[in-house]
Design a protein around this ligand. Structure first.
Ligand SMILES: [Zn+2]
Length: 165
């Protein structure tokens, strides 16, 4: 898989702890949730620009349907509406990442890749809010996390950075 180091997901340690708690609470089934924050284009030098997804807030969502994982929350529109009201309307944040955990290594499954492709499409003229989201995947056992994006019809692993504050 291609690695794209110019797309970064920057998470404070406090959010990483919340992801781990979300994972442990859901065991043995997959946990899922949404990370909200900011997306900024950062100029490194004249030729180089990076896109930084900065996490500020995490919402752990209880998934009742085994194996559907994160896709389930997208179908639960009431829950999504509630989170959207708080994170986007009240706190002026953007959705930046879809989180879920895996019983297998922290890489997208074939179902995840299908969902990523499906969510890459706009719905008519409406911009799909799940498009260009980073998929943050945690290994249930080791709690290792990786980030992925489906961008320009290509699946890529992005650079995930954890910050102490
Ligand atoms: Zn998955």
């Amino acid at each position: 898989m291609k690695r794209e180091n110019d797309i970064k997901l920057i998470l404070p340690l406090s959010i990483v702890e919340e992801l781990k708690t979300c994972n442990r609470k859901a065991l043995p089934i997959e946990s899922c949730g949404l990370i909200f924050g900011e997306i900024a284009e950062v100029e490194i030098n004249l030729e180089k620009r990076q896109i930084h997804y900065r996490g500020k807030r995490f919402y752990c969502i209880k998934s009742n349907v085994e194996s559907l994982g994160s896709f389930n929350l997208i179908q639960d529109s009431d829950k999504y509406f509630e989170i959207h009201q708080e994170a986007v309307i009240r706190n002026k944040l953007r959705m930046i990442s879809i989180f879920h955990s895996h019983p297998v290594p922290a890489y997208p499954s074939s179902i995840d890749v299908e969902n990523m492709k499906f969510l890459d499409k706009d719905i008519g003229k409406v911009k799909n809010p799940f498009k260009n989201q980073i998929w943050t995947i945690m290994n249930m056992e080791t709690e290792e996390i990786n980030g992925f994006i489906y961008f320009n019809e290509e699946l890529m692993q992005i650079d995930l950075q954890i910050r102490k504050n």
